[in-house]
Design a protein around this ligand. Sequence first.
Ligand SMILES: Cc1ncc(COP(=O)(O)O)c(C=O)c1O
Length: 423
Amino acid sequence: MAVSEHIASEQVVAARERYVARGVATTPLVVARAEGARLWDVDGREYIDFAGGLGCQNTGHGFAAAAIHEQVDRYLHQCFMVGIYEPYVEVCRLLDETWPGDTETKSLLLNSGAEAIENAVKIARTATGRTGVVVFDHAFHGRTSLTMAMTAKVVPYKQGFGPFPGEVYRAAAPYPYRGVSSDDALVALSHLFKQDVDPASVACVVLEPVQGEGGFIPMPEDFPRRLKEVCEQHGILYVDDEVQAGVGRTGPVWAIEHYGVEPDLLVSGKSLGGGLPLAAVTGPAEVLDSVPTGGLGGTFGGNPVACAAAAAVLEEVRTDGFRARAEEIGKRIRTRLEDFVAQSHLVGEARGLGPMLALELTEPTPDLAKAITTAARERGLVLLSCGIYGNVIRILVPLTIDDALLERGLDLLEESLGDARAG
Ligand SMILES: Cc1ncc(COP(=O)(O)O)c(C=O)c1O
């Protein structure tokens, strides 16, 4: 496309450079409109969206618009601490109904995944009377002070931002493609308990069932169950971080359902609000209620409009139809990704859970992945990378995409792999 055809985008990018902090990483894409799994930029160019606003559109752009409009006309904000409102209570009820176990649960609603993880730690500390937090290699739990300490990537998330809060301990996580098994990770955890922290002073472990920013690494089938057994042995709470892997992204509502493990706390976010900021901490009533009245809350947490959207999203992702379609999409993507692995020695592994899938490139550097995502954008596909080494191409496509658009997006991905290899 000739430079002159990008005029509107260029003007916004120039203004962004003038007025917006450099620390927020951006691409040159300037969005004008979005619908389902498609985006249009301000110059009228159409894109297939394999990013979903960074995993926030499992039900597709615009899915919750009607529920949102209806709530906007009633009231926008009350603050749940000032006046109770039904959409907040309804989301907590739906989180209880979708809880991966039989326990009676309660929930707390927040604005972001990081805020929810911080609150899960507060709750775990109060419930156990302990302070330690165990996290894992390749973890991403957010960018606030405590969650930065819990996140496992220095550049760009931690460099220059210390000092970090104490009482956060990191253990190895299984990563079969790079040679770390469940057995290795559990041995490393037992060493951690010998060398660094008394398990009797650990409040919780926090683990993503599919590590997201860290490289789309699904936990091996046995690991969550064996980790839960270790937790039970020591009175440690198991916090399941479903911010990226939850709300239908892997097929069932919660990714932990693949493993048959009932967590002690489940943290959700991203797609929960259907595009509005909402996150939650859910867990057994006695665990949530260990915090005295007034200890939890916030001005905007559980905003009524975000809750109206979330209620519509939760009703949708728990249907058999949504799950069946998600699984079908997962099979289609996996078949194509496995072909890409077979076709090129630069592509090392296709992996994931259900339709939460990615390609890890063999070289542990970000260059080729960057070239692929750039080529994809130029071809009309919005695509993201991830991973400690930035060498994983991940797919977070809205799970409402039709077959033709999905296959077209996968064709564009294949062409972009070709462009990047040639370049
Ligand atoms: C697994 C996980 N936990 C927590 C977070 C933090 O969520 P937020 O960016 O909404 O603070 C993220 C964000 O990517 C995430 O992927």
